[in-house]
Design a binder for this molecule. Structure first.
Ligand code: ADP
Ligand SMILES: Cc1cn([C@H]2C[C@H](O)[C@@H](COP(=O)(O)O)O2)c(=O)[nH]c1=O
Length: 216
């Protein structure tokens, strides 16, 4: 049975790497994939992983109908055995419905990859629709870790290492950004709730208020 599968997790947990592995294994067996992405850090029309691998992809536009795009491709003699959609959190809910239709009406597997929640721990609309429609939601097995060592479950947006809670939902960026830049850090829920990043935890540990008092 063809399936719509949502591979989800925090940033930096290996989603794009897995997407590239699925693409590699299937194309190595002669299967033909259609790869969609949107707003990848490597630039338009790219699906990239932090491990250094990158492949070409179709950059999805705002109002693009993904079902029609695939039907057009097939009717022009193209072949599609599976679909990969990376950065799926950035797709519109209606585009997720179109991907579900690809599975149901065309009998093609769709593998979608994305983060579930934004920096405010609110669902992205595309991810919400995936949770609603997917045959399976798979949480990636490689755990991204919070600075405290616990499993990271949330994405924080940072400026100069400090967590921010105001701003647009979509700001393309990366973890481990240089000081002063907008970046992201994955945290456990406890530290996301307390807005405690690696930098603020380090600063608190060094603060004179918490230094042991000398007995002399
Ligand atoms: N230098 C490295 N050596 C080994 N693994 C790395 C290295 N850099 C990144 N990774 C792995 O790559 C993962 C990020 O992969 P990526 O596919 O880019 O993540 P995602 O798409 O989920 O944001 C990290 O969790 C880590 O496991
Ligand atoms: C939390 C959060 C993330 N983003 C952006 C930042 C990155 O460009 C992508 C996630 O990519 P990854 O391959 O999963 O690391 O999403 C955003 O726009 N808004 C957010 O709240």
């Amino acid at each position: 049975m063809p399936e719509l599968v949502f591979f989800s997790g925090t940033m930096d947990c290996g989603k794009s790497t897995l997407a590239l592995q699925i693409e590699h294994n299937r194309s190595a067996r002669g299967l033909a994939g259609m790869i969609f992405t949107r707003n990848d850090r490597a630039g338009a029309g790219k699906l990239s992983s932090r491990l250094g691998l990158v492949t070409d992809a179709v950059e999805v536009a705002d109002a693009q109908d993904l079902y029609v795009y695939i039907v057009d491709h097939l009717s022009q003699g193209g072949r599609i055995d599976y679909v990969i959609a990376d950065e799926a959190q950035f797709l519109a809910p209606v585009q997720i419905d179109q991907l579900a239709r690809v599975v149901d009406d065309l009998g093609v597997d769709v593998f979608a990859f994305g983060i579930t929640t934004d920096f405010r721990s609110k669902l992205f609309p595309g991810s919400q629709r995936l949770v609603e429609l997917a045959d399976r939601v798979e949480v990636l097995q490689v755990e991204a870790l919070c600075w405290c060592g616990a499993r990271a479950t949330h994405n924080a947006r940072t400026v100069g290492g400090e967590m921010v809670v105001e701003g647009a939902q979509v700001v393309v960026g990366d973890v481990n950004q240089a000081a002063g830049e907008v970046g992201y850090e994955v945290l456990c829920r406890r530290h996301h709730r307390r807005r405690m990043t690696a930098a603020t935890a380090r600063a608190a540990a060094l603060s004179p208020d918490v230094l042991p008092v000398s007995s002399s």
